[in-house]
Design a protein around this ligand. Sequence first.
Ligand code: NAD
Length: 516
Amino acid sequence: MSITDSSPAAAESAADICTISHWIDGAERPSTSGRTAPVFNPATGAVQATVALADQAEIDEALASAQRGFDVWSGYSIARRQAVLFAFRELLNSRKGELAQIITAEHGKVLSDAMGEILRGQEVVELATGFPHLIKGAYSENASTGIDVYSLKQPLGVVGVISPFNFPAMVPMWFFAIAIAAGNSVVVKPSEKDPSSSLWLAQLWKEAGLPDGVFTVLQGDKVAVDGLLESPIVQSISFVGSTPIAQYIYETASKHGKRVQALGGAKNHMLVLPDADLDLVADSAVNAGYGAAGERCMAISVVLAVEPVADELIEKITDRIGKLTIGNGAGQNGAEPDMGPLITDVHRDKVASYVDIAEADGATVVVDGRGLQVDGHEDGFFFGPTLLDHVPTTSRAYTEEIFGPVLSVVRVDSYEEGLELINSGQFGNGTAIFTNDGGAARRFQSEVQVGMIGINVPIPVPVAYHSFGGWKKSLFGDAKAYGVHGFDFFTREKAVTSRWLDPATHGGINLGFPQN
Ligand code: NAD
């Protein structure tokens, strides 16, 4: 494995430290809460800013502004709303390079990967520009004699979006584009680890002509989250993050009478049948296991190798790992590494602890990423690509989400054994089968208990016009993100039964239940 040779980035001095704050009423709103959290540059390990943590007064102010924004925005015609969405899409498309740099500076992922995240979010914005077609309802003329029945899809009001650190731009875009298109106002609570992308997007909405208060950014921690969950102003919650918090969000928001979709963690398996092309499989396993340093909810973390392919596959994956470069995601001397750091030192140590657990439980550490140092970035939160073999399925390293660049190989004797392992797990986000047997792939898509399936595709994130969501502990609630599910989630339907009275169809007095 070669390490990107990089000189030290300019160390952030105390004088440079600014506080990243809220966006309320169409402008940055400095926090007065007196509470902050550090924002690191994961490549250098330095604190580059602090982020404000909202108090109740700031939550109330943000929600009051969002309510006023909704009152204005929901009165805009479809044509006026659509013009703002198109303007936002054009601005995003022309300036996305700025956003990619912000993502890399706070998250650590390499710039091209940050750009990939933006493009997948932009897809949803583009879908949302076509919203008139998706919220137009239906009309049945003469459902009964002289009676027409039709449906109206109306916005919910103020909606809350709570996002994770690993996709600071894409995940908010999964929700806010559709919510705003449908006439709602949105309050985004970004991850406190990389809070700046949402502020940049807020400025873009302003430039696109969105009225003040329709897009609000509330920075914070559990206090801000609970403020959204408990407020009667907030009509729905869209959450993405770890499973324990997703479950808490689902239960608390439901208890407060809100519509809620809460997407949780994952442990995605790749089932490799003996007839698969092992070079394609090895490329895919490396890309999906180590891309974004494994900090993707659709990362592949387990390779289920149906024997006799495991030895050959492990050799091919090991060869590829040896060629990966690890370094500052922003690049060095014009070159971009393959993989950046993890989000924090705490998270890096947690990832390392899972490798320790696997080893203690009897796994073989084929490639060990623990203790990796990157020249010139000795304080960065780096962890090298790690490959484990013979991971016992009873080990916590197998049953729990690691969320780092750790790929575990589990050897199985048959398709059935592999399927049973996937289906017995607590998560059901994504999975993939690699095979040249169409019949086996077809059987897999029918039998596997997982929400998103790849056939020779390792990270099967659905395009914007399909919907994104897992099964089991990967999604609480029944509404997935974006696509038709998104439009259903962010609108409330009314059914209208209408008759224009005339003597011929009136029917006189009849106390019976209406019939056709
Ligand atoms: P996290 O659950 O720690 O945080 C997510 C959000 O919840 C953040 O905004 C955070 O401020 C807030 N939060 C954290 N603790 C809280 C608490 N006790 N009470 C209230 N709010 C709280 O998740 P993360 O570490 O930011 O993100 C990584 C996780 O997200 C992984 O588990 C990953 O699988 C998951 N994820 C899932 C998907 C998906 O689509 N299913 C997508 C991306 C990430």
